[in-house]
Design a protein around this ligand. Structure first.
Ligand code: ACO
Length: 325
C-alpha cells in the first residue's frame, strides 16, 4: 500500500499587497524586490484566519477527491502561524468541515512542514493504520511579520493548500527528511517569555510582540546547498534518474533560490514551476498551493513523477517523490 494524492485545494485571501504599496511602508523598491526575490505581490488576510483558510482549502480538496469529510481518518495540519495553540488547527478544521472520525493534529517544521506532513501521512497509510488523510499547509504570516522590517516584510504572504492522500496499491517511495537545530537562530519566531511565580518581572522587550526574524543570507546559502543535496539523495534512494522527473515542485521562498537549485542539479528551468510572483513566501502552504495551480492548469497527468522539496526554519529540509495518478 502507498499514499496517492486524490484531490488538491487552496485558499488565498482576496486582498493583495503589491511591491509599490510596500514602498509606502518601508524603504524599498519594486525593482529591488523583483530582482532579489521574484515577488510582485502577496495576498494578505483581512477577515480570513489561518484556520478558516485551511478549512476552505480542505473542502475543495475533498470535493475534487469525491470523498466525504466523514471518510477522513486523519487531519494533519502544518503551520507555524496558528491563531491559537489549543485547540490545534486540525481540530478547528475537523469541526468546520464535519470530519468527525478524523484523528487531528498539527505539526510545525516551518516551511518544510508540508513535506514532513505529507511523508507522515504516507507512513501512516503504508503502516496500514489509515486509508484517507487530509494534509494541509496553512499560514497567516502577516500576523507574525514585522511590517517595519524591510528584510522580511517584503517576503511573506498568507494562504493555505490542502491535499487528500488516500491508500492505493503499489510500493511507497522513500522520503529524505532532515533537521539541523544548531542553525536554529538563522530563522526564528519567538513566543512570549515564560511567566511563572519564580521568573521575576518581565522587561519591556519580553512583552513586545513576536515576529519572524531572519538572517537572509545564511538561509539563502543553506537552501541553495541543502535542497539540491536532498533532491539528488531522494532520486538515488528511489532509483530514479532526472530524466524520470516531470517537475520539481519547490518551496516558493525566492526565485533566485529555485534558479540556483535548478543550476546546481543541472536541470532546465521549465521543470521548476513558480508562482512566487503572485503569492510571495507562504511557508508550509506554498507547495500545496503550487500543486493546486499546476493541476488547474492541466500540467499534471497520470504517471508523472514529481519531486516536492522544501526547506525552512529549524533549520529543516525535505524531499519526496510522488507519482501522479
Ligand atoms: N529593499 C531594499 N533594500 C534592501 C531590502 C529591501 N527590502 N532588504 C535588504 N536591503 C538591503 C540591505 O540592507 C543591504 O544593503 P547594504 O548592502 O547597504 O548593507 C542590501 O539590500 C543587500 O542585502 P542582503 O540581505 O545581502 O540581500 P540578499 O541579496 O541576501 O537578499 C533576501 C535578501 C531576499 C532576504 C535573501 O537573502 C533571501 O531570500 N534569503 C532567503 C530567505 C528565505 O528563503 N527565507 C524563508 C525561509 S522559509 C521559512 O522557514 C519561513
Amino acid at each position: 500500500m502507498t499514499g496517492i494524492i486524490k484531490g488538491t485545494g487552496a485558499c488565498v485571501p482576496r486582498n493583495t499587497l503589491d511591491n509599490r504599496e510596500l514602498e509606502k511602508l518601508v524603504e524599498t523598491s519594486d525593482k529591488w524586490i523583483q530582482e532579489r526575490t521574484g515577488i510582485q505581490r502577496r495576498h494578505i488576510a483581512a477577515k480570513d484566519t489561518a484556520a478558516s483558510m485551511a478549512a476552505k482549502a480542505a473542502k475543495e480538496a475533498l470535493a475534487q477527491a469525491k470523498l466525504k469529510p466523514e471518510q477522513m481518518d486523519m487531519i494533519l495540519v502544518s503551520t507555524m502561524s496558528s491563531e491559537e495553540v489549543m485547540p490545534s488547527m486540525a481540530c478547528r478544521v475537523q469541526d468546520e468541515i464535519g470530519a468527525f472520525r478524523a484523528v487531528c493534529l498539527d505539526l510545525n517544521a516551518a516551511c518544510s512542514g508540508f513535506i514532513m506532513a505529507y511523508a507522515t501521512a504516507c507512513a501512516y497509510i503504508e503502516a496500514g493504520l489509515f486509508q484517507n488523510i487530509l494534509v494541509i499547509g496553512s499560514e497567516c504570516l502577516s500576523n507574525v511579520t514585522d511590517w517595519s522590517d524591510r528584510g522580511t516584510c517584503i517576503l511573506f504572504g498568507d494562504g493555505a493548500g490542502a491535499v487528500v492522500v488516500t491508500a492505493a496499491h503499489g510500493r511507497g517511495t522513500i522520503p529524505v527528511l532532515g533537521s539541523d537545530g544548531t542553525k536554529g537562530e538563522a530563522l526564528t519566531l519567538k513566543n512570549r517569555k515564560n511567566q511563572t511565580p519564580f521568573s521575576g518581572p518581565l522587561t519591556k522587550e519580553d512583552l513586545s510582540p513576536c515576529y519572524i526574524r531572519m538572517d537572509g543570507q545564511t538561509v539563502f546559502k543553506f537552501a541553495a546547498r541543502k535542497v539540491p543535496e536532498a533532491i539528488e539523495e531522494v532520486l538515488l534512494k528511489n532509483k530514479l534518474r532526472k530524466g524520470d522527473i516531470k517537475y520539481y515542485v519547490l518551496h516558493q521562498a525566492n526565485k533566485r533560490i529555485v534558479e540556483a537549485v535548478a543550476k546546481r542539479i543541472g536541470e532546465p528551468a521549465y521543470k521548476f514551476p513558480m508562482n512566487i510572483q503572485e503569492y510571495g513566501n507562504t511557508s508550509s502552504a506554498s507547495i500545496p498551493i503550487l500543486l493546486w495551480e499546476m493541476q488547474k492548469q492541466n500540467m499534471l497527468h497520470p504517471g508523472d513523477n514529481l519531486v516536492l522539496a522544501g526547506f525552512g526554519g529549524g533549520l529543516t529540509w525535505g524531499a519526496v517523490i510522488i507519482t501522479w495518478r
